[in-house]
Design a protein around this ligand. Structure first.
Ligand code: HEC
Ligand code: HEC
Ligand code: HEC
Ligand code: HEC
Length: 447
């Protein structure tokens, strides 16, 4: 190996190690350090300024932004509203929602009592440490000159700049994991359905940081498509982890119902809409495979070598949901297939993290999302829409100016088709989707 190649190899290994270490870093609610409380971050000379500062590398008004605009600051408060009271009553919790760990674990940063410093209060909702990690070991050092982001991470700051670590963090509340989870029972009691797309959701959040030249120098560029791709893989992993985990089956004969398409059960019988797909016969419950569908477009472009493995696992997983009692060709049951799938996705995440997403690849992902694809259920149509807005921006900006307005109009129409979940008609959605493909095919610059 030449010296240059060897050097590149070492850099790659270091990056890989950093990525993997970041992904495996304990989530803020599982970390074994003391949480200090928002109050330690919020003074006006720290992160509580009313207006951004100009002469420092962070804005210093993060607390004000969070408190005023960010829904996470309201997360604890909503546990007092009528909807929460009803949920607690319907579930027979025997205590109010705002006192129940079941709710507090996601609606606030809720560490063990022995891990709370004197001024910590969980009533702040999802506060700074709920995302950035307990501050015990980095609070005093993180403002010292010369201390880098990597130093802070080594001291326990959660690595929110790492796409896989970020996706794991957001998903741990917005999809749920083994330690906090919204079951079908909790939804039946009145909790909203949950869905997330990491790139879109990080953009919806009122930003309390600014990606300027100084940020880029310290943390590197954000890559929306990478974040989207890694986010989809992480959500897909949450699904297969759920299917593999017998402890999360609360409702008897099925695996936990939230793993399935809600409208597979919740739709009027007069609305006949079965179509042959994924080898699924009529009258069976379909998985909520929205993230898996997105993942298939991603695998096609970023890791084509593993596409046949992906397709095999996808088919096995679907079959295993309804053929549990009969013998599968491979004699594997749902949990085993889900575990295998989880291993595959773990390796894929490492590849997605280390891949580059140049213009050609982004265009190919966009085409994989639209060409020959049909979305039959609300959850996958919703993901397809969010994918388009994450990926299309780049394609639209670089496409010929004549098609830009048409693509934008088409995406806006798709958004309208999604405005009411109960009235969603997949035929209309797919018709509009077909138009998008036509626009692209007419445009030589994109196709
Ligand atoms: C796994 C994490 C998790 C658990 C457990 C959880 N929630 Fe939530 N909850 C969320 C998230 C995330 C949202 C926001 C969903 C969205 O808007 O996409 C939410 C939204 C809500 C809303 C709607 C808020 C609004 O602004 O309209 C209510 C009410 C609510 N939860 C009450 C509860 C109650 C009561 C419990 C306990 C029985 C509970 N939640 C348990 C994560 C959780
Ligand atoms: C819902 C999760 C979440 C919460 C809650 C949250 N942050 Fe952040 N924060 C992020 C993300 C994501 C980023 C961007 C990635 C990065 O720079 O690490 C970020 C970035 C930052 C930065 C880095 C800015 C830079 O230029 O490097 C600071 C400082 C910060 N947050 C402070 C705070 C403070 C103070 C609070 C509490 C008032 C808070 N955050 C609450 C998720 C969160
Ligand atoms: C500790 C749990 C937790 C974590 C971690 C978390 N969230 Fe949330 N998030 C919530 C809850 C609970 C709500 C609902 C709050 C409410 O409605 O008042 C919410 C609301 C939101 C909303 C507003 C949704 C809406 O319908 O308006 C966005 C956007 C969001 N979160 C994005 C993120 C992102 C991005 C991350 C990761 C950087 C993240 N969240 C991490 C618990 C969490
Ligand atoms: C396997 C079929 C099935 C799936 C899949 C399913 N549900 Fe249900 N759901 C039911 C049944 C059965 C009930 C109980 C109906 C009753 O009590 O009349 C129910 C009840 C509910 C209720 C309470 C309705 C009421 O009348 O009070 C809500 C809300 C709900 N489900 C939401 C969801 C959401 C959200 C999803 C997807 C994440 C989902 N369900 C997936 C079968 C399903």
């Amino acid at each position: 190996m030449s010296t240059k190649l060897f050097r590149q190899f070492i850099v790659f290994c270091l990056y890989l190690t950093f990525s993997i270490t970041c992904y495996s870093q304990a989530l803020p609610h599982q970390a074994k350090a003391m949480s200090q409380g928002n109050i330690t971050c919020s003074s006006s000379t720290c992160h509580g300024s009313v207006t951004p500062w100009n002469n420092t590398n962070v804005l210093q008004n993060e607390y004000t932004t969070w408190k005023t605009y960010d829904k996470h600051s309201q997360a604890y408060k909503v546990l007092f509203n009528k909807q929460s009271q009803q949920i607690a009553k319907n579930l027979g919790l025997g205590q109010p929602a705002h006192e129940s760990a079941l709710c507090l674990n996601c609606h606030s940063h809720n560490p063990d009592p022995q891990l709370r410093a004197e001024r910590f209060s969980h009533t702040d909702g999802v506060g700074c440490e709920g995302c950035h990690g307990p501050a015990e070991k980095w609070i005093s050092s993180h403002t010292v000159k010369g201390v880098s982001h990597a130093d802070n991470v080594a001291n326990g700051l959660y690595p929110t700049t790492n796409p896989a670590a970020l996706a794991k963090l957001c998903n741990s509340c917005h999809v749920g994991d083994e330690s906090r989870f919204v079951t079908h029972r909790i939804m039946g009691a009145g909790h909203p359905r949950m869905s997330i797309e990491i790139n879109t959701f990080t953009k919806i959040e009122p930003p309390h940081y600014k990606v300027d030249s100084d940020y880029l120098a310290r943390k590197g560029a954000e890559q929306p498509v990478k974040l989207w791709a890694v986010g989809q893989a992480t959500t897909a992993k949450s699904l297969v982890d759920l299917l593999a985990d017998a402890k999360r089956n609360h409702d008897g004969i099925f695996p936990e119902l939230v793993a399935f398409d809600c409208h597979a059960c919740h739709h009027p019988m007069s609305n006949k809409r079965w179509t042959p797909r994924n080898g699924m016969p009529p009258g069976v419950i379909r998985l909520n495979d929205s993230s898996l569908l997105m993942l298939s477009a991603i695998v096609k472009v970023i890791d084509p070598m593993s596409l046949s493995q992906y397709n095999r696992l996808y088919e096995q997983l679907n079959r295993a949901t309804f053929q549990k009692s009969t013998k599968l060709e491979s004699t594997e049951d749902l949990q085993e297939t889900a575990k295998k799938f989880a291993k595959y996705i773990e390796q894929l995440i490492v590849k997605l993290q280390t891949s580059s997403y140049d213009e050609a690849k982004i265009r190919d992902i966009f085409l994989a999302l639209v060409q020959g694809q049909q979305y039959y259920d609300y959850a996958s149509a919703e993901q397809a829409y969010m994918a388009l807005t994450s990926v299309a921006n780049i394609v639209v900006t670089n496409g010929s100016s004549s098609i830009r307005p048409n693509i934008k109009a088409s995406i806006e129409q798709l958004r309208k088709e999604l405005s009411n979940e109960d009235k969603f008609q997949y035929q209309n959605f797919n018709k509009e989707y077909g138009k998008l493909v036509q626009i692209l095919q007419l445009n030589n610059g994109v196709k």
